[in-house]
Design a protein around this ligand. Structure first.
Ligand SMILES: Nc1ncnc2c1ncn2[C@@H]1O[C@H](COP(=O)(O)OP(=O)(O)O)[C@@H](O)[C@H]1O
Ligand SMILES: [Mg+2]
Length: 239
């Protein structure tokens, strides 16, 4: 399969630790692809490498048919790689609407030009237009997703978007993610497997930097290899 994102033999070391060991990944245009695995599996490392904020020790990353392995994060963002961090990053003194408009303007030139689209994005969320400092953690999470969407990414990288959300915030996030247009391809790292199984077309499992399996949610749920990969590191995790 020719993918929007093609990762070949990607390797990242920190000293003697191999955080990611020759990982291959193919993500098709419009696909929702989840990466799961116990803590320390290399999930955030993978997202950092795809976003370009970290450089691999080996391997190659192709995005939209182009080798981006040596491009920095700003160039990749301009090519259409959008990112949500493990902790929401918003401008606390700006309003919700202005956060979205300014984020869009940074990518597409001009606050005024992005304002109508920012209003549309805001109306699709369950959050008020107030100073962002007043938003709850879950509302900031939604805002950060809208900010990334304002840059019209082709690929959206999400690192544990459900972490720390209340039950209500979790269901709002699930709705926002499931309503994303298929023009946006999604690479989701998430511990909440109910969200992963509801959203993902395919799931890749990593453990200790190693590839374990890729499959549909049903295949992954049924896989004894995956069960034991989790059980070895996180006995409490139920798939
Ligand atoms: N900047 C860093 N320096 C040293 N070790 C790191 C660094 N970032 C991650 N690691 C290590 O790499 C491994 C993978 O980490 P990470 O990608 O954050 O895992 P995950 O997101 O799956 O929990 C872990 O053992 C972690 O301690
Ligand atoms: Mg992580």
């Amino acid at each position: 399969m020719r993918g929007l994102l093609e990762v070949d033999a990607l390797t990242r070391r920190y000293g003697s630790l191999v955080a990611l060991d020759r990982i291959d990944l193919r993500i098709g245009e419009g696909e929702r692809h989840a990466v799961i695995g116990p803590n320390g599996a290399g999930k955030t490392t993978l997202l950092d490498l795809v976003a370009g904020v970290s450089r691999p020790n080996g391997g190659r990353i192709r995005f939209a048919g182009r080798d981006v392995t040596r491009l920095g994060p700003a160039r990749r963002a301009r090519l259409g790689v959008g990112r949500i961090h493990q902790r929401p990053a918003v401008w606390p003194s700006l309003s919700t609407l202005d956060n979205i408009a300014v984020a869009g303007a940074r990518h597409r030139g001009g606050y005024r030009r992005t304002l109508p689209e920012a209003r549309k994005l805001l109306s699709s969320l369950a959050i008020p237009d107030v100073t962002a400092a007043r938003l709850s953690h879950g509302q900031r999470r939604q805002l950060e997703i809208a900010m990334a969407l304002a840059g019209r990414p082709r690929l959206l990288l999400l690192d544990e978007p459900a972490a720390g959300l209340s039950a209500v915030e979790f269901s709002q996030l699930s709705a926002v993610l499931s309503e994303l247009p298929r023009t946006v391809t999604v690479l989701l790292v998430e511990h909440r497997l109910d969200l992963v199984y509801a959203l993902a077309d395919r799931v890749t499992v990593l453990r200790d930097g190693q590839y374990v399996a890729t499959g549909t949610p049903d295949e992954i749920r049924a896989s004894s290899t995956v069960q034991s990969a989790y059980a070895a590191r996180q006995p409490e995790a139920v798939i």
